[in-house]
Design a protein around this ligand. Sequence first.
Ligand code: SF4
Ligand code: SF4
Ligand code: SF4
Length: 346
Amino acid sequence: MTGKLELTIDDQKVEVVAGSSVLEAALANDISIPHLCHHPDLKPAGACRTCGVEIDGGRMAMSCQTPVAAGMKVRTSSPAVDHARRTTLELLIADHYTDCLACPLNTDCDLLKAAAHVGISRERLERMRGPSELLPVDRSNPFFEYDPNKCIVCGICVRTCDEIVGLGVLDFVNRGYRTVIGTFGNKPFIDSVCESCGECVVRCPVSALAPKQAELPAREVQTTCVYCGVGCGIYLGVKGNRVVSARGDRQRPSNQGSLCVKGRYGYRFINHPERLATPLIKNNGRFDKASWDEALDLIAKNFTANKGEQFAAFTSAKCTNEENYLLQKFTRAVMRTNTIDHCARL
Ligand code: SF4
Ligand code: SF4
Ligand code: SF4
């Protein structure tokens, strides 16, 4: 069993789980340390250099990579720490996109929050930004886009695709100020092996990776994705009478917050004007709208008249195991045939 230990952060005694990092210890106790490349789902990288703290009155260390120790004394702010953090952030901002007001993340941007933490005002932020060459935005993916001008090269997307998704689509390309993230051969996303799951997009701390259609929901409804038998937990965002967003449920054991491309982006069919909303019965080659009673009566009549080898059932990966079991039972026991198959993938 993992034990607990005590340390001091900014004169406050805190008790944390042994093995935590200093950053995790601080965040768990509502003590703020700016950080841009840390994400709780990923291994620490120490890449952004903004989470520096002073340890035991002298040594400066990246808090995301420093394990806690019993009796440790941590200062999240000191002249040396503040100076290093401010310089790092100013360098990042100087090379960043210039129009925060037009950015969809605007009020929820981790870079702006870190800048506010060290006291860089929006006015100073605008002054610091030099004219820089605008790089082309990759809009090739149908669901999200990558704007290298907003990228702070934190590597969260690279590590997400590697550590969580297991595909390793992304890596750093170029060097120095020209460093951005890219796919193998720096091809557009659409020509890479990216599966469009959006796991990297939801973790991007700025809006360098951003969904193409983003609407803030008025409320969210907890439900289960219906696309396949994994049954991922999902929150559908609703605005008016429309579904406008989807996000994974971190508490659901089957997916722990992750979604595939269908669960994350495949909700637009719900409000599609061409969506089939009533049963249709074919009469003289033409499909006519029918009530559910009419449709079910017709099905029952035709099933009764077509038992045996004239009947075949084809079931779906969208159904649960229990539903698939019931259909094969119905096919064999009621319809008296073994002709049943299943689409093992969607
Ligand atoms: S795209 Fe976003 S997550 Fe990826 S490196 Fe750039 S800022 Fe970080
Ligand atoms: S969308 Fe998914 S597969 Fe594509 S790069 Fe991002 S994490 Fe990797
Ligand atoms: S379709 Fe994707 S998101 Fe939906 S349940 Fe299956 S794996 Fe999960």
